[in-house]
Design a protein around this ligand. Structure first.
Ligand SMILES: C[S@@+](CC[C@H](N)C(=O)[O-])C[C@H]1O[C@@H](n2cnc3c(N)ncnc32)[C@H](O)[C@@H]1O
Length: 215
């Protein structure tokens, strides 16, 4: 019960405060300690690591915030942006940055249930921990089905249950991603964000997970 209330306040109140701050300051990250260049750096490193060619390809950011990563990928890599977020203010800022983007003010689960689009990259940065572990599994399974061949799901700011960082609402148990990948035509890559992005502002042990669809 306490966890559900905390999650609700986190998403509906705290993140909206960051969005109001961002509207005023121009910071593109819906985070206390991150900024636009942190997000651009991380998404750029991830695209390089996955050797992803996104020119003319659909990229979906679930919980896209103010669209900073999508905007970067459209400008620098020629990607076609799709973004989903609950916050009206975030989507207003996305549409301002990307006039021809595809944006949906919707719950992530609802969006995934209804979309028939296919993607070459799906981003969930700092979002998956808002869902219970069962829902996280269902979301990941559904995203894998929406990937084009060679497409990739990137889950960033992943925190495990044994982490010293205690603010993740729904951390996952160790082995969670390996278990999800069993029996699927996917390749799993996981790395410490501190090592690859040089970013440990929250938890030095937080990881990024890349799941590529390779039928
Ligand atoms: C920590 S912020 C990260 C935003 C963005 N990925 C970034 O790195 O700046 C989490 C975002 O997920 C959105 N969000 C949380 N739960 C959601 C849900 N169930 N459906 C859609 N968006 C959601 C919030 O509105 C918020 O913009």
């Amino acid at each position: 019960m306490y966890t559900r209330i905390k999650n609700y306040l986190h998403i509906r109140f705290l993140m909206n405060l960051y969005s109001i701050r961002n509207l005023i300051t121009g910071n593109g990250a819906v985070w206390l300690k991150l900024n636009t260049s942190d997000l651009e750096h991380m998404v750029n490193e991830t695209v390089s690591r996955g050797s992803l060619d996104l020119k003319g390809k659909n990229v979906l950011d679930l919980g896209c915030g103010t669209g900073t990563m999508l905007d970067f990928l459209q400008r620098e890599k020629g990607a076609v942006p799709y973004g989903v977020d609950l916050s009206r203010l975030n989507l207003y800022q996305c549409r301002k940055k990307m006039k021809n983007g595809n944006f949906f003010r919707e719950d992530i689960i609802q969006y995934l249930e209804n979309t028939n689009d296919k993607f070459d990259l799906v981003i969930m940065y700092g979002v998956i921990g808002c869902f219970t572990v069962d829902k996280q599994k269902a979301i990941i399974d559904r995203i894998i089905k929406s990937l084009n061949k060679g497409g990739c799901l990137w889950i960033g700011a992943n925190i495990y249950t044994d982490s010293s960082y205690k603010f993740q609402t729904y951390p996952v148990p160790k082995g969670f991603y390996e278990e999800i990948c069993v029996g699927q035509s996917v390749k799993l890559d996981e790395f410490f964000e501190l090592e690859v992005f040089g970013n440990g502002k929250y938890d030095p042990d937080q990881t990024s997970v890349m799941i590529s669809y390779q039928p």
